[in-house]
Design a protein around this ligand. Structure first.
Ligand code: ATP
Ligand code: NCN
Length: 200
C-alpha cells in the first residue's frame, strides 16, 4: 500500500493543503493520504489554535474524501514534532507501507535544514508541489536529495494559513479559502479572535 503523509501545522487547514494532497494522490496513485497536524512545528512559531482544534478542523475538511484520513501521532506525542521521530514510530507500527511525505515548494527548499534529513531520505521519499512565491528547482538540492523528491502537478493557489488568520482578525471574509465545514468549525469555536456563534 502507498500512503502519502500530509504533515502541517494546519492553523487552519485551507484549500492549498487539500489540493496538494489530492494532486499527490492522483499523480502517484497513492491509496490513502494521512493528514498529520504537528504538535509544535519545528523551526516555526507555535500554532495559535490548540492541537485538538487543528485536528478537529482537519477532520472536518477531509471528511468527504474516501482516501483521506487523520493521523494524530504528533499531537499525542507532544513536544517538537520532528519528522524523523514520527517516521521511525510509524514505520514500526505500519510495516510494509510505502510512505511518501507531501510538501509545498517552500518546504522542498528547506529540506536540507530538516533534523536528520540524510537518514530520513533513506526511509521515504518526498512529493513536492508548487506554491506561489517559492521557486521549485530540484537541481539546487544537495546530492543526497537527488531523486528523492518527486513532483506532482497542481493548480497553484496563493493561500496561506497566516493570511487566513490575518483576514479573520481584521474582519475579512475567508469564504472559499477553507471548506464550509472548517469555516463553521472556526465560528462555532470562536477561533482566531472571532466571537463564537452558533452556525445552525
Ligand atoms: N497554498 C499552498 N500550496 C501548496 N502547498 C502548500 C500551500 N500552503 C501550504 N502548503 C504546504 O502544506 C504543508 C503544511 O503547511 P502549513 O500548515 O504550515 O501551512 P501554511 O499555509 O504554510 O501556514 P503558515 O502561513 O501558518 O506558515 C507545507 O508543506 C506547505 O508547504
Ligand atoms: O523534522 C524537521 O526538521 C522538519 C522541519 C520543518 C518541517 N517539518 C515538517 O513538515 C511539515 C510541514 O511543516 P510546516 O512548518 O509547514 O507546518 C510538518 O509535518 C512539519 O513537522 C519537519
Amino acid at each position: 500500500m502507498k500512503v502519502g503523509i500530509m504533515g502541517g501545522t494546519f492553523d487552519p487547514i485551507h484549500i492549498g493543503h487539500l489540493l496538494a494532497a489530492e494532486a499527490a494522490r492522483d499523480s502517484f496513485g497513492l491509496d490513502q493520504v494521512w493528514f498529520m497536524p504537528s504538535h509544535i512545528p519545528p523551526h516555526k512559531e507555535q500554532a495559535g489554535a490548540s492541537g485538538e482544534d487543528r485536528l478537529g478542523m482537519v477532520a472536518e475538511a477531509i471528511s468527504d474524501h474516501p482516501c483521506f484520513r487523520t493521523l494524530d501521532i504528533e499531537i499525542r506525542r507532544g513536544g517538537v514534532s520532528y519528522t524523523i521521530d514520527t517516521v521511525k514510530d510509524i514505520r514500526s507500527s505500519f510495516e510494509g507501507i510505502d510512505f511518501h511525505f507531501i510538501i509545498g515548494a517552500d518546504m522542498v527548499n528547506y529540506l536540507p535544514k530538516w533534523e536528520g534529513i540524510e537518514e530520513l531520505v533513506g526511509i521515504m521519499s518526498f512529493i513536492g508541489v508548487g506554491r506561489p512565491g517559492s521557486e521549485l528547482d530540484l537541481e539546487v538540492l544537495p546530492s543526497y536529495l537527488k531523486g528523492k523528491v518527486l513532483l506532482a502537478d497542481m493548480p497553484q493557489v496563493d493561500i496561506s494559513s497566516t493570511e487566513i488568520r490575518e483576514r479573520l482578525t481584521t474582519g475579512h471574509s475567508i469564504r472559499y479559502m477553507v471548506t464550509d465545514s472548517v469555516y463553521d468549525y472556526i465560528r462555532r469555536r470562536g477561533l482566531y479572535g472571532i466571537q463564537p456563534r452558533r452556525t445552525d
